[in-house]
Design a protein around this ligand. Structure first.
Ligand code: DON
Length: 309
């Protein structure tokens, strides 16, 4: 069943009107650049699987992709090495702990459990086929660009801000290496992971990327097949289990759609076979999820009756 376009347009506007001024949360500050982004920015976009775009607010403002990049590198790793190898080497379970937890790794013999926590994301990067780190980086950027249907670019400013402060992630990369769960040079994997977090996207881009997943791997704008259809359910399962970190269960319980957040303030939810919803606003809750983004996306999903369960 296809949703009525007038209804989607009205619901997107209502979500923006209701929640764009919502209080609470703070910009991420452990990455200096993110602390400097105006907290008042708010954008929301829906893209349907046939490529119709509905948007409100700062939907073309380009922000740091951050952890949402983990979804797209997972997609590339699945294309490269297949679902079984990703499952065996990374896992598909929630950690129940913060996204950069070292304890989660220690508790599971160095297996990251999910490609959507920092450890799992760096290990996922290391699985991507490449002849050298630059090649791996250009393939990741290529995947982000194909999913968005336009050339995505690295922000030198964000990348510098992250690369000069990512000591915790470097430690995680070495822990993976020592456990035998890092499959390339660990510092090269950490460097490429940090770059993939430092690209600039808008909520519109994000919704197109999500709509590609909703459409089973076909970009809704240019109709090109980007991902094998068989890989998409694995990506959505990973998002369901760990997309909003230690509140992924709460999100599944209340919203009922695979989601993914980033500390840049972006958040994405995918309604398979229908559409994707992307929100953006920098203030985060203590877990690292955009406060206004969650409210807008949850409202749209509810009003459009998209809960999968
Ligand atoms: O590695 C980091 O900590 C950041 N580059 C990304 C973390 C992130 O977005 C977590 N998301 N909510």
């Amino acid at each position: 069943m296809s949703l009525d376009h007038a209804k989607i347009a009205a619901v997107v506007k209502e979500a923006y009107d209701k929640f764009s001024q919502a209080a609470g949360g703070e910009n991420a500050s452990y990455i200096p650049y993110l602390a400097s982004v105006p907290s008042s920015l708010v954008g929301v976009t829906v893209v349907t699987k046939d490529g119709t775009v509905f948007e409100c607010g700062d939907s073309n403002y380009e922000f740091a992709l951050e952890s949402i990049s983990k979804v797209f590198s997972l997609a590339l790793a699945l294309e490269d090495v297949g679902a079984e190898e990703v499952h065996n080497k990374i896992g598909a379970d929630p950690t129940g702990l913060p996204f950069n937890s070292v304890m989660a790794l220690e508790l599971h013999g160095g297996k990251p459990l999910s490609p959507l926590v920092n450890a799992g994301a760096m290990a996922t990067v290391s699985l991507i086929k490449a002849s050298n780190p630059e090649d791996r980086w250009s393939r990741i950027l290529g995947m982000q660009s194909q999913l968005a249907g336009r050339q995505i670019a690295l922000s030198e400013e964000i990348n510098r801000s992250e690369q000069t402060t990512n000591f915790h992630n470097r430690a995680i990369a070495w822990l993976l290496y020592s456990a035998g769960t890092m499959y390339s040079d660990p510092m090269a994997a950490c460097d490429v992971y940090t770059r993939q977090c430092s690209t600039l996207i808008s909520s519109k881009d994000l919704a197109v990327m999500g709509a590609t997943l909703a459409a089973g791997g076909i970009n809704p704008l240019n109709k090109q097949r980007i991902l094998k259809a068989e890989n998409v359910p694995h990506i959505l399962a990973a998002m369901t289990m760990e997309g909003l970190y230690d509140s992924s269960g709460d999100w599944a319980y209340t919203v009922g759609l695979p989601g993914k957040s980033g500390v840049g303030g972006g958040i994405l939810a995918v309604a398979p076979g229908q559409l994707a919803i992307a929100g953006f606003s920098p203030p985060l809750d203590p877990i690292g999820n955009s406060v206004r983004g969650q409210l807008m996306v949850a409202f749209i999903a509810k009003e459009l009756g998209l809960n999968l369960y």
